[in-house]
Write a protein that binds this ligand. Structure first.
Ligand SMILES: Cc1cc2nc3c(=O)[nH]c(=O)nc-3n(C[C@H](O)[C@H](O)[C@H](O)COP(=O)(O)OP(=O)(O)OC[C@H]3O[C@@H](n4cnc5c(N)ncnc54)[C@H](O)[C@@H]3O)c2cc1C
Length: 500
């Protein structure tokens, strides 16, 4: 169908991807964005853009599908690209994950650059326009949404439309808007993590971090972690993180001291040997929230919610943008699969499954921190015990490291870590001492969470033996023992050659 008019609320990552998908199915797509988006500065509506934004490979490949040439365009605009685990470093459980080929590409850049490229490409799609205006509510009833009310520079008005997509982010008012038109509001799942970020840019000098492009250090038992990524303008973007109210300070001395307390010293070395560019900027994130639209008995047609408005993840696991991309793909599939009758029901059912995987990964990692408030079952404990072994095995076994990263990047399902051959390696190699059981910073430990769907390991392993685990000799060309476990006290970088 290329007729009709769709309206997207919010020009963040989810809104742009949704608009791109809708442009293939509607004659006109109007994006309403509250902020002015003329400059490439961080906007008021996206304060998280001041902090490290990693794009998981599943997100990158979907974006590449929607915007062919995206990865090379990002590189032309100054992003760094690297093969994950070869061009970048990952520490989980206090030890470095074995450097090996993963088949994953990291596109490393600031969030404003990423958003700017996606915005330009989206606005080049047929029929798409961006208008400055803040959505105020829905017009319709419990069966159908017919319009949206918007306040813009020239006052308030009503925009009639065939479809409204709410991509207004974590602060979405969809539940209140639905209640106001007599529809049901979704239940919410929530965890209390009280996460604090503090971020700063530094000038990069050649040779730092062995010329690799990023280092991610997962949160340890003290709930502290961090990342440093090489972004456009030859700068380091450094983010420090602390959970459960233990937030990194914003003064230079405190920032450096905090960096010294995370479980590897690479980031500390960068912040103490580089020239700072600008001030330290804080961000507080209290709780991941998932809105269970897929559980509603009845959802109005003509209204969809996606991105952070649907599920806002703990940012430590870098899932938000990739899951927004998966949701955009699900929207595309729903539109291709049939007419728009019961689009809402079909969409929520599809995205519910997508979100399940990422949510279980993240919630599992969060709940491995004793202080996080949330429901813990025997299954959570068993899963986290297994995950601790995955961590230990990933330090010494490139085959485990590869699958671990691929799961963390949402490229393979969590059950991949339970394939019998891999499970044997994990159980054998993951028994040794060394490192500690960790939660996470960024995707390294998202994998750690492998929600694993709560099924007994053997059952999942059998069900997934056909998903293509590679024999050890195929992976990275290194024998499993070649990387060697490093004692946790040894923080010297491994002698790997960077890819760029
Ligand atoms: C500190 C932090 C770090 C993060 N790090 C990562 C990371 O490393 N990797 C990753 O993948 N994800 C990360 N995320 C999550 C990521 O930012 C989001 O998941 C992703 O941007 C998708 O969000 P969105 O587009 O749904 O919402 P947003 O990006 O929040 O965009 C919402 C947009 O809607 C606009 N808007 C709001 N209200 C209205 C209204 N009423 N009318 C019109 N427009 C409106 C806003 O101005 C904004 O432009 C992080 C989040 C935080 C908080």
């Amino acid at each position: 169908m290329t007729e009709g008019h769709a309206v997207v609320l919010g020009a963040g990552i989810a809104g742009l991807l949704a608009a791109r998908v809708l442009s293939e199915h509607y004659a006109r797509v109007t994006i309403f964005e509250r902020d002015s988006v003329e400059s490439e500065e961080v906007r008021r509506g996206v304060p998280q853009a001041r902090h490290l934004h990693g794009l998981l490979d599943r997100g990158r490949t979907i974006i590449e599908q929607l915007y062919p040439g995206f990865t090379s365009e990002m590189a032309e605009r100054g992003a760094t690209t690297a093969e994950a685990l070869v061009g970048t470093r990952w520490y989980v459980g206090g030890l470095r994950v074995a450097p090996t080929s993963t088949g994953l590409t990291s596109v490393i850049a600031t969030r404003p650059l990423l958003e700017s490229v996606l915005r330009q490409r989206t606005l080049a799609a047929p029929g798409v326009q961006l208008c400055e205006g803040a959505a105020q509510g829905l017009i319709g009833d419990a069966q159908r949404v017919r319009a949206v009310s918007v306040s813009g520079a020239h006052g308030a008005y009503t925009q009639a439309t065939d479809l409204v997509v709410d991509a207004t982010g974590r602060g979405s008012r969809a539940p209140a808007w639905l209640t106001a038109i007599g529809a049901q509001a979704p239940a919410e799942d929530r965890l209390e993590v009280d996460l604090g970020y503090a971020s700063r840019f530094f000038r990069r000098t050649p040779g730092q971090l062995g010329d690799q492009s990023s280092v991610i250090i997962s949160t340890g038992p003290n709930g502290r972690g961090g990342g440093a990524i090489r972004v456009e303008g030859d700068r380091w973007h450094v983010t420090l993180a602390g959970m459960l109210g233990d937030h990194p300070p914003v003064d230079s001395v405190g920032f450096e001291a905090f960096a010294a307390t995370i479980s590897a010293l690479d980031i500390h070395e960068i912040v103490t040997t580089s020239e700072p560019l600008g001030e330290v900027v804080p961000h507080r994130f209290r709780s991941p929230v998932r809105r269970r639209f897929e559980r509603l008995d009845e959802v109005p047609q003509g209204f969809l919610v996606l991105g952070d408005a649907l599920c806002s993840f703990n940012p430590l696991y870098a899932q938000g943008m990739a899951v927004a991309a998966q949701q955009a793909l699900a929207l595309h599939d729903c539109l291709v699969a049939g007419d728009t009758a019961d689009l809402s029901g079909r969409f929520y059912s599809a995205v519910g499954k997508v979100v399940d995987v990422a949510w279980q990964l993240a919630a599992g990692a969060d709940l491995s921190h004793a202080g996080v408030v949330g429901p813990r079952t025997a299954r959570t404990r068993v899963t986290n015990a297994y995950v601790a072994r995955v961590h230990r095995a990933a330090h010494v076994d490139p085959v485990v490291a590869r699958t671990f990263l691929r799961v963390a990047n949402l490229v393979e399902p969590p059950a991949a870590l339970l394939r019998p051959r891999l499970a044997r390696r994990i159980l054998l190699r993951g028994m040794g001492a060394g490192g500690f059981d960790s939660g996470g910073f960024d995707s390294g430990s998202a994998a750690a969470t492998t929600g694993v769907g709560g099924q007994p390991a053997t059952e999942i392993g059998q069900a997934t033996t056909d998903v293509g685990g590679q024999p050890a000799a195929d992976v990275g060309g290194q024998p499993a023992t070649s990387v060697g476990a490093q004692p946790s006290a040894d923080r010297t970088p491994l002698p790997i050659e960077p890819t760029r």
